[in-house]
Design a protein around this ligand. Structure first.
Ligand SMILES: Cc1cc2nc3c(=O)[nH]c(=O)nc-3n(C[C@H](O)[C@H](O)[C@H](O)COP(=O)(O)OP(=O)(O)OC[C@H]3O[C@@H](n4cnc5c(N)ncnc54)[C@H](O)[C@@H]3O)c2cc1C
Length: 482
């Protein structure tokens, strides 16, 4: 940060949450601890983003351009040391106990500096949420144990979520399209488990993952009716990695092809039975789409923050670029859109804490267990074996299904689609307009603004293309009426 920088956005001191989202001020009166923790999250996340990420994101981008396998492990270790990659795990079990709101703050601060590096750090939280979506007690406990053990040892532990196939991207997220698709993958029932075959592509962290959650049909001629979800350790025989994609942006986040060559998974690694795979995918999307919307708003904010600093430094004629009326209007125009989308995304995060899987941490049985039992006992073999009992596992899933109903999932998918499109389109629009204001210098790699444009473009395509999200939004609202 230069001494004459304007103290604004990522260059200002945190926390400014309550100042920038007034409704949180009201909430602070009702639930002081909830907002105080979000403010702590913002202080930690902004310091990390500004002091650790910002100085090196361009160097990382350059290295990844030369070698798509490159990872800045030093940065990752620093985040691991702060437990940013296991932030959602309760404090009692070794995490930070951060709510959906706190994690939104974390995602926003990191993504406003670099979305690809933010993804490397925060993606694991969504791995945990993937387990909570199922709420099979043994799987949830197993995942928490793996994540906290790895964090303590300073060892990386990555997840991948494998839905997309060479011939099916959008089709894997939509019931009607899924019914007609021609999947390349298939799962076959064998004694004691399943054999998986086929290819998945464009999988975030596919090349780094220790565990892959894969959506694969049992009967490729009836994919919708037979789609199941499997949990696959990446060291299983027959699992391998193919090409790592060279993308226009988000180069520090690896996207890879993965192969299943007669991979055996035991019965207990079936997460969702045949016919429930689409439901599982939709439930994950009901969480992640809102956060991708926030990532979009964050990138727009980051690009605008850089632009404001530039316009503050840049002299034209005998005044600052920032003093030009057309620049003031353009900045206000972008700010108003960012403020609106950002506030809507925080609304989504708070709803996530109130109604969705995150609310499980506040439910009495879980609260009481966390209060009365030790970490050693909860994550120990005794409870783990107990949780493996079919009845207990089923009770966990049923309990959760009563809280996060199918109807609620579709509501969140709809809300998430609206935010995903709004946030990611905004990121592309703002990062492009910012380049118009900065002019020639903005084209230079070293200023770091053109990277926002490249990174932003990618977000319009993943997590369901923005077109597919628009279709979802229509189907789940007006389409339901006609
Ligand atoms: C950086 C990156 C990371 C990714 N990470 C992951 C990951 O971790 N896991 C994963 O599973 N996938 C991942 N993906 C894949 C991503 O989710 C898909 O690219 C996305 O769903 C779009 O699918 P597609 O590319 O196959 O496009 P297609 O589905 O082939 O779509 C092509 C075009 O047709 C349109 N279209 C398709 N179907 C319909 C329809 N029914 N009605 C109207 N229009 C339609 C689309 O909007 C698009 O314009 C990633 C992609 C990228 C770029």
């Amino acid at each position: 940060m230069e001494t004459n920088d304007l103290k604004y956005g990522m260059f200002a001191n945190a926390p400014d949450l309550v100042d920038t989202i007034p409704a949180l001020g009201k909430l602070k009166k009702a639930c002081p601890q909830y907002i105080a923790q979000a403010e702590t999250a913002q202080r930690i996340a902004r310091k990390f983003a500004r002091e650790e990420m910002l100085p090196r994101v361009l160097a990382i981008d350059t290295e990844c351009n030369k070698n798509p396998r490159y990872v800045d492990w030093d940065l990752w270790q620093k985040a691991n040391h702060l437990k940013l990659n296991i932030a959602a795990i309760p404090v009692k079990l070794g995490g930070l106990g951060w709510s959906a709101l706190d994690n939104a703050v974390l995602v926003e601060e990191l993504a406003s500096v670099c979305l690809a590096n933010a993804a490397n750090i925060t993606f694991n939280t969504f791995g945990l949420l993937g387990a909570l979506v199922e709420c099979k007690t043994d799987i949830v406990l197993k995942i928490i144990r793996m994540m906290t053990d790895a964090q303590e040892k300073g060892e990386p532990l990555f997840w991948a979520w494998a839905i997309t196939e060479p011939g099916a991207g959008t089709d894997m997220e939509d019931g009607e399209a899924m019914a007609l698709m021609k999947p390349s993958t298939n799962a076959r029932k064998v004694p004691g488990g399943y054999r998986l075959n086929g290819t998945k592509c464009f999988i975030t962290n596919g090349s780094l993952a220790h565990y892959v959650i894969a959506t694969i049909p049992m009967d490729p001629s009836h994919p919708r009716e037979s789609m199941a979800t499997f949990f696959v350790p990446a060291d299983t025989k027959g699992f391998s990695i193919g090409r790592i994609e060279r993308k226009c942006g988000q180069k520090a986040s690896q996207t890879a092809e993965i192969f299943f060559d007669d991979v055996f998974v035991p019965e207990e690694n079936l997460w969702e039975p045949p016919g429930r795979g689409l439901r599982h995918t939709r439930e994950i999307l009901s969480i992640t789409r809102g956060y991708i919307g926030l990532c979009g708003a964050a990138m727009a904010r980051g690009a605008l923050d850089h632009c404001i600093q530039f316009a503050h430094r840049k002299k034209i004629k005998n005044h600052r670029l920032l003093d030009e009326d057309w620049v003031k209007f353009a900045i206000s125009d972008m700010m108003k859109d960012i403020m609106a989308v950002r506030a809507a995304c925080y609304n989504f995060a708070i709803s996530m804490d109130t109604y969705h899987v995150w609310s499980l941490f506040e439910k009495l049985p879980i609260k009481v267990s966390l209060k009365t039992l030790s970490k050693k006992l909860i994550l120990g073999d005794f409870v783990m074996n107990l949780a493996r009992n079919k009845l207990i596992s089923l009770a966990g899933s049923r309990y959760k299904a009563g809280i996060v109903t199918d109807k609620l999932v579709e509501k969140f998918v709809t809300e998430g689609s609206a935010l995903k499109v709004s946030g990611t389109d905004l990121a592309v629009r703002v990062s492009s307009r910012v380049l118009d204001i900065v002019g020639l210098e903005g084209m230079a790699y070293d200023l770091g603004i053109e990277k926002y444009f490249r990174d932003a473009k990618v977000t319009q395509i993943y997590e369901g293309s923005n077109q597919a999200n628009r279709i979802d939004l229509f189907h789940n609202t007006i389409g339901m009426l006609s």
